[in-house]
Design a binder for this molecule. Structure first.
Ligand SMILES: Nc1ncnc2c1ncn2[C@@H]1O[C@H](COP(=O)(O)OP(=O)(O)OP(=O)(O)O)[C@@H](O)[C@H]1O
Ligand SMILES: [Mg+2]
Length: 324
């Protein structure tokens, strides 16, 4: 039934019942109207309005649900759909809306895949340049400083040169660390477990937090894209712990699940509370979508935060053993 006929039908029903009551009930209206008659009429009108409102509410409930979903739908949490009930106008509207969500989710996934792969390519390029250009020239400066320090007879100048050498060496380390963060070469060369171990080690050194690793030994083989998603989510989660959690301990876990692997990063900090998701968490959701993974962020006030990413293996049942 179209929306027009639905509303018309509901109104006709209420008016029909009211007219039937007038026809068969022993009521008369005098001129001028008596007080008791006016009370009966106003009472009748009130009953009609209440009945009409109740019927309209029931009749238009699917539209309310549609409006609610329209205002809350989030393309980064795909799969939210309304059940198509009944036939005609409202059902057509819900069906069209569901189809529009299908299209938008596909487009969103494609465009974020494109953006993320462009971002990875750019990071790789910058990392390469940091390593090849900046790293090389700093190494050259370091050698020159060393040569100058060795040659000068002036003790004071030698100390200054050695100090400059020390500073340059620290900066070189920083550049290398930056390049590693931008392009996790160890991920490509040695695999996920080694990359996560290095990440956790680096994190612990730089933040002073206690990092515990729990990596399963029976993990399934994963392709590069999935490994990179797992790595980047671990990276952002750890960065969030360092920046926001005020925690003492973090646990990074990787375990096998029925259909793939699950990464978890759990801290004992202050919890997310009412904070809104920023670019970091939304970025993790986007990456998760790339490989059909699901991301959950659980947090209880004062009881830390846990980020969990469940990544299915390619065909859902690839279970080749990988060395851990
Ligand atoms: N482990 C955590 N413990 C406590 N609060 C957290 C934690 N992770 C995230 N938050 C809160 O959630 C908010 C959103 O995090 P998100 O990573 O999306 O953005 P951000 O870290 O503020 O910025 P960026 O875009 O640089 O990542 C943070 O501002 C912070 O308040
Ligand atoms: Mg963040």
């Amino acid at each position: 039934m179209s929306l027009f006929w639905r509303i018309f039908g509901l109104n006709a029903l209420v008016l029909g019942v009211a007219t039937a009551l007038l026809l068969w009930a022993p009521v008369t209206v005098s001129v001028p109207v008596l007080l008791t008659e006016a009370v009966v009429l106003v009472g009748g009108l009130a009953v009609m309005l209440v009945a009409n409102a109740a019927l309209l509410r029931v009749g238009l409930a699917p539209l309310d649900r549609l409006a609610r979903l329209m205002t809350t739908v989030d393309l980064l949490r795909p799969g939210q759909r309304l059940p198509v009930t009944g036939q005609g106008g409202v059902a057509d509207l819900i069906r069209a809306f569901n189809e529009m969500l299908d299209r938008l989710e596909t487009e969103r996934a494609t465009s974020s895949a494109r953006a993320l792969s462009a971002q990875e390519a750019e990071r790789r390029r910058i990392a390469q340049e940091l390593h090849d250009e900046v790293g090389q020239s700093m190494t050259a400066v370091l050698l020159e400083l060393k040569r100058a320090a060795d040659r000068t007879p002036d003790q004071e100048l030698r100390e200054e040169l050695q100090h400059a050498q020390e500073t340059t060496r620290e900066s070189l380390d920083e550049v290398r660390r930056l390049a590693r963060r931008l392009r996790p070469g160890v991920l490509e060369d040695l695999g996920l477990i080694s990359a996560l171990t290095a990440l956790a080690g680096d994190f612990s050194t730089h933040t002073g937090l206690i990092v515990r690793r729990r990596f399963g030994t029976d993990l399934p083989a994963l392709d590069r894209e999935r490994e990179l998603v797992l790595y980047r989510v671990a990276q952002e989660s750890l960065t969030n712990v360092a920046r926001h959690a005020d925690a003492e301990r973090v646990e990074v876990g990787l375990r096998r699940t029925d259909d793939g692997v699950e990464l978890s990063v759990t801290d004992d900090g202050r919890g997310i509370g009412l904070a809104r998701e920023g670019a970091g968490i939304r970025g993790m959701r986007e990456r998760a979508l790339l490989v059909g993974a699901t991301l959950e962020v659980d947090s209880r006030p004062g009881d830390g935060t846990r980020v969990r990413l469940s990544v299915p293996t390619e065909d859902g049942e690839e279970t080749t053993e990988a060395s851990a």
